[in-house]
Design a protein around this ligand. Structure first.
Ligand code: ADP
Ligand code: ADP
Length: 230
């Protein structure tokens, strides 16, 4: 993976950071902080798909019904949108992936796309959270349909508990955070995404992080890990 020169003149690797973990593990929350800290883009496939739905594009029309039910969107579509996104100039100094890859076919596609057929240069972090805590987080998650910020009714409420702190939009519950869709998403995770932990453990630099702690503590571990490896 190529080295890049940063603003302060130091060199560092542009290795992509991949956050793995089940729905509700805190990937989006941590990816936003890590990307801001490293000054690289956060690439969230869930956010990209929800933007496509809001814009009414063909991708959005295909993805919307699958997402609402808690099913995964086809691999080729995901490899296509991520492939196009990581080629943009702002990714030249690295980026943080949130929610991709999610299947072996995506992991292999991504490897071919940016790793020259190997994952060895990727920094992969597996965020671990017990199942009952995932259910608590997902059922209480609230979301801003304008800027895609995420809140939680108990642990991260907005200032007035109802509206987004950034733009004042009324917060809503995502359709796929309702009970039946959540059950589907956890099954999809176990069946199709969890195997990526072994995939990367053997082929990349994978670290496990205990995600069942306050956001700041999880971030501190993540930051140290990633800085040591970039
Ligand atoms: P993911 O992207 O992995 O699905 P999110 O970052 O959206 O996860 O977090 C899911 C929910 O849990 C959100 O409501 C978020 O505010 C909350 N959350 C995230 N990290 C923590 C944490 N460390 N402790 C408690 N709640 C958290
Ligand atoms: P979470 O991390 O909380 O599960 P995301 O916002 O990452 O939620 O994803 C929401 C939904 O978008 C997924 O349940 C799935 O339908 C779709 N999706 C997002 N990323 C992918 C992906 N890499 N492959 C297939 N489907 C995806």
């Amino acid at each position: 993976m190529a080295d890049v020169r940063t603003g302060d003149g130091t060199r560092r690797s542009a290795a992509p950071v991949i956050l793995l973990g089940p729905p509700g593990a805190g990937k989006g929350t941590q990816a936003a902080r890590l990307a801001a800290h490293l000054r690289v883009p956060k690439i969230s496939t869930g956010d990209m798909l929800r933007e496509a739905i809001a814009a009414g594009t063909p991708l959005g029309r295909q993805a919307g019904p699958l997402m609402d039910k808690g099913q995964l969107v086809p691999d080729d579509l995901l490899n296509g949108i991520v492939g196009a996104r990581v080629q943009r100039d702002d990714c030249a100094t690295g980026y943080v992936l949130d929610g991709y890859p999610r299947t072996l076919r995506q992991a292999e596609g991504f490897e071919d796309l940016v790793g020259g057929g190997v994952s060895a240069g990727f920094v992969v972090v597996n965020v671990e959270v017990p199942r009952e805590e995932l259910l608590r987080r997902l059922s209480g998650r609230r979301w801003c349909p304008t800027c895609q910020s995420t809140y939680h009714v108990e642990s991260r409420a907005s200032r007035d508990g109802l509206h987004c702190d950034r733009d004042g939009t009324l917060l809503i519950q995502r359709e796929d955070d309702k009970e039946t869709a959540v059950a589907h998403r956890l099954v999809e995770y176990d069946r199709r995404t969890a195997p990526l932990i072994d995939f990367y453990r053997h082929r990349a630099r994978l670290s496990d992080v205990d995600g069942h702690r306050p956001v700041d503590e999880v971030f501190e571990d993540l930051r140290r890990l990633v800085e040591a490896q970039r």
